[in-house]
Ligand binder design. Structure first.
Ligand code: GDP
Length: 139
């Protein structure tokens, strides 16, 4: 086990619904340390840059419109094995498949409006942390 950093986003749907506090409480209950945070209003272009890996997907336009539709809370979380642990606490991308008690089971509306983002690997965490917090170390 090693100390890692990961990028979490409370997405516009969860912000709009007033679930930011509930989600942060879950992070804290799991001893995820918040070491940076920014409230952002992404432009469509910034959302496209963040999700560039998905540019060829049929849902890309819809996803980036959603992600630029309102405020989002972007955070860097730190802890042992945090990348995998955050993914576990988030639950499956599609809330219909998410385990009970996970953030997406509790707060997601559908596969797109799914409340929260978490980096899926060390390489993506490095890219995503640098995207929002230029100059910040990813480990
Ligand atoms: P994640 O790592 O669990 O967030 O999932 P992905 O990296 O596969 O997808 C990124 C984001 O795109 C998801 O969190 C959803 O917001 C959205 N998304 C994924 N799959 C679909 C889909 O089939 N349809 C739509 N409309 N959005 C999707």
């Amino acid at each position: 086990m090693s100390i890692e950093r990961t990028l979490a986003i409370i997405k516009p749907d969860a912000m709009e619904a007033g679930h930011a506090g509930d989600i942060i409480r879950i992070f804290e209950a799991n001893h995820f340390k918040i070491i940076a945070a920014r409230l952002v209003n992404l432009s469509k272009q910034e959302a496209e840059g963040f999700y560039a890996v998905h540019h060829s997907k049929e849902f890309f336009a819809s996803l980036t419109a959603f992600m630029s539709s309102g405020p989002a809370l972007v955070m860097v979380l730190e802890g042992e094995d945090i990348i995998a642990r955050l993914r576990e606490v988030m639950g499956a991308t599609n809330p219909a498949h998410a385990a009970p008690g996970t953030i997406r089971k509790l707060y997601a509306t559908n596969v797109e409006r799914n409340a929260v983002h978490g980096s899926d690997a060390p390489e993506t965490a490095a890219f995503e942390i640098a995207y929002f917090f230029p100059g910040m170390e990813s480990v």
